[in-house]
Design a binder for this molecule. Sequence first.
Ligand SMILES: Cc1cc2nc3c(=O)[nH]c(=O)nc-3n(C[C@H](O)[C@H](O)[C@H](O)COP(=O)(O)OP(=O)(O)OC[C@H]3O[C@@H](n4cnc5c(N)ncnc54)[C@H](O)[C@@H]3O)c2cc1C
Length: 467
Amino acid sequence: MAPPTHTITVAGGGLAGIAAACALADSGYRVQLLERRPYLGGRASSYEHPGTGEVIDNCQHVLIGRCTSLIDLYRRLDSLDAIRWYDRFTFLTPGGRATVLEPGSLPAPLHSSMAFLRAPAYSLADKIAIARGLSHFLSDLPRDTSEDFAHWLHRHHQTQRAIDRFWRPVLVSALNEDLERISVHYAAKVFRESFLLSPESGRMGIPSIPLSELYNRAIGYIEARGGQVYLRTSVESLSPAENGWQAHAAGQAFASDAVVLALPFEGMAGLLPTLPHNAHSEELGTHLAQFEHSPITGIHLWLDREVTDLDHAVLLDTTIQWMFNKSRLQPAHRGTEASYLELVVSASRSIVPLSRQQIIDLALRELALFFPAVASAKLLKAAVVKEVRATYSIRPGLDRLRPHAASPWPGIFLAGDWTASGWPATMEGATRSGYLAAEAAARALGHARTFLVPELPPTGLMRVFSR
Ligand SMILES: Cc1cc2nc3c(=O)[nH]c(=O)nc-3n(C[C@H](O)[C@H](O)[C@H](O)COP(=O)(O)OP(=O)(O)OC[C@H]3O[C@@H](n4cnc5c(N)ncnc54)[C@H](O)[C@@H]3O)c2cc1C
């Protein structure tokens, strides 16, 4: 255990800050977590929607089996049983025809191949192209270069339907970006981990409770270990102190031996001018200025009847991309004849300028193509949540701009999904960055700690292919 005299301030109570604060508190440090909002979870949170009076997630959040550090965080928060796991993915074409992708009995990487062979959404030529494409990611991931994934698909002779019904829907929802703006390295990572490494790696986890209920559990965890969580506390500046730093927030000064800044990239850019200037901080500022946002839009619909018995589905050939049947996924929304669905549009630049009503009309029109009962159902209420700063854009070459945990200032460590976690903008990326920053802070205070959790090993034939 660390000496209790060491205090560490964590600024930002999103996944990165929660992960860092929980790991450090559990390791014996006195943690003070400062969060601007009245709840934890950051971009993965829920709240009472003013127009509907319903508690909604800001957007459906999912994880995959490969998210080992996030799963470790759920274990810490005693929340593993709040995650429901799915091996089966249903891709629907307008008209409602289903392609089901799920693991069979063959060893990885062939575990999904029988389902692919049966899939009606793809022709034989599409299937051959997809198999050829995926084979490039068997041994390892390509490096992050200036090539975008749309170019890569073209160079590898993918059919238009394979792009429209496989590569794009999987990737746009996993990375929240258009194919023309996605790094080949991260595209390959998604496909290798979701379809090739092992059945466990690719299964999908969905929280069965609202996100804030899930992540607010960190407050009890930190406080039970002698730490404190300050909500509605926005860090305005930082200044050097005798043995560390002072964070200035809400008229108070929080002194500590070390600081983890777990802010979104625009939050970090805002704080930068308050920190001492040096050559490295100048470079960090230049790099931060090159990050861009990509939006996600969630459309929440309450209908007077059930329109599908699926828990979730990928919707092909339309603007709406995923359907999550919240009545089935979250027990709190079960129990009536009515149903609550959330539709997700990732990289939603095309619909952000539309009005709320235009988006609802579009969503209902398209949803009826997959589920005919929608046409005769009555819409009871609806909410449209446009998250214009949902994630940073994972464009080619961005990795060289993502900083590691060590910052330009001794005693300050950087976390957040935008830092160099090896993952794209996801809850796992944020959690990994939090654990990495916590390890670096402990190291600077003279203690070796390991918080990051090893990745899942490849199984079956992937053990032979993997480098
Ligand atoms: C609509 C949407 C859908 C998504 N879907 C998925 C998904 O399905 N799966 C997935 O894995 N990921 C998903 N993501 C991405 C995921 O939510 C983020 O990558 C992750 O939550 C980022 O965590 P973070 O801690 O790095 O940043 P944040 O969550 O942004 O946390 C930063 C925190 O810092 C606080 N803060 C900012 N400034 C200050 C300050 N000055 N002082 C104190 N506090 C401050 C903020 O209030 C915030 O709580 C989605 C994101 C969005 C928005």
